[in-house]
Design a protein around this ligand. Structure first.
Ligand code: CO
Length: 211
């Protein structure tokens, strides 16, 4: 493991290189942040949000948890979404999964890992829903990768069904939820083609009236 001092030295070099390009960069950022995007992604160390999409500090508001899950009882994730939508007024929420996600793989298996099994439970339920489709795929890796996509689509819908997002649409606020996925093996990030930008795209049964 690298010693803390090495990381401190890395940081000093990084801060200096940023300052060299734009002397006012940190002073400007210290006074405000105006990100247009909220990133909801996996905690996996191989999926660093800003780097993947080439955005600077200040340009991406970020929430990460294991397997990029959005649960309606998760005060942490919901608080991030609420602040991003109501206060920062982000224009886009990027729900980003990644192929080969260990959390998704765990949720599909029988081995216990402890507390994390409870966190991943909703993915396990989703796996059971799609079991028929997934069983037609030949390899476990293919099944995991497809499940990673299905998980993203599920979480896009979860975000769109929050009262936070629906109230923003009721107010006429511009806000799009997009499903994306990242490939660990090739570094490519792409959209899954799933995007929700208004109440008309939500099934009526899942819509809330305005406050
Ligand atoms: Co993951």
């Amino acid at each position: 493991m690298k010693k803390l001092q090495e990381l401190i030295d890395n940081n000093a070099r990084w801060a200096e290189s940023v300052r060299a390009k734009d002397p006012g960069f940190f002073a400007k950022l210290a006074s405000q942040q105006t990100p247009e995007y909220l990133w909801i992604g996996c905690s996996d160390a191989r999926v660093p949000a800003n780097e993947i999409v080439g955005l600077l500090p200040g340009e991406l508001f970020v929430h990460r948890n294991v397997a990029n899950v959005v649960l309606h009882t998760d005060l942490n994730c919901l608080s991030v979404i609420q602040y991003a939508v109501d206060v920062l007024k982000v224009k886009s929420i990027l729900v980003t999964g990644h192929y080969g996600c260990g959390g998704v793989r765990t949720a599909m298996g029988t081995r216990q890992f402890g507390l994390i099994d409870g966190w991943l439970r909703s993915i396990r339920d989703l796996y059971h829903v799609h079991h028929g489709e997934l069983s037609k795929l030949e390899t476990e890796d293919a099944r995991v990768d497809r499940m990673c996509e299905l998980n993203v689509l599920q979480q896009v819908n979860s975000v769109a069904q929050t009262t936070i997002v629906q109230n923003a649409w009721h107010r006429g606020q511009e806000l799009m939820i997009q499903g994306c996925i990242y490939g660990l093996s090739d570094g490519h990030w792409k959209t899954l083609g799933e995007s929700i930008a208004g109440l008309q795209q939500i099934p009526e049964v899942n819509r809330y009236q305005p406050l």
